[in-house]
Design a binder for this molecule. Structure first.
Ligand code: 5GP
Ligand code: ZN
Length: 110
């Protein structure tokens, strides 16, 4: 499949990895919008949340576990951070492999 984030998972496209386990990968966004801007993705390809069956929804909890871990490691757990998931056309989802943006390290716009 021709998917940029699958290629990042496989290593075909390089990335700056922040965290990795058997199911989840986190890496720095190439175009950071805040001092901390990390993308957290499942290693398995899902286009968006619409593509995640109820029976596999625990991957979303796993992603949030990783987000908590990263927030502590990057020391934004006390100052706060934002989690964004763009889903589909109206949300301007560009990369069609589900990903959660984690933004922090400065006061974000409301
Ligand atoms: P979306 O708009 O789909 O929610 O976000 C896609 C994100 O992927 C954008 O923030 C963009 O900067 C990031 N991105 C696009 N291509 C690459 C890449 O090759 N490497 C990394 N690390 N991030 C990328
Ligand atoms: Zn993919």
């Amino acid at each position: 499949m021709d998917c940029l984030f699958c290629k990042i998972v496989s290593g075909e496209v390089p990335s700056t990895k922040v965290y990795e386990n058997d199911k989840v990968l986190a890496f720095n966004d190439i175009n950071p919008l805040a001092p901390v801007h990390i993308l957290v993705i499942p290693k398995k390809h899902y286009t968006s949340i619409k593509d995640v069956p109820d029976s596999e929804m625990e991957i979303i909890a796993e992603i949030h576990k990783v987000i908590n871990h990263i927030a502590k490691e990057k020391e934004i757990d006390k100052t706060g951070f934002r989690i964004i998931n763009n889903c589909g056309e109206d949300a301007n989802q560009v990369v069609k492999h589900i990903h959660y943006h984690v933004l922090g390290g400065k006061k974000l716009n409301p």
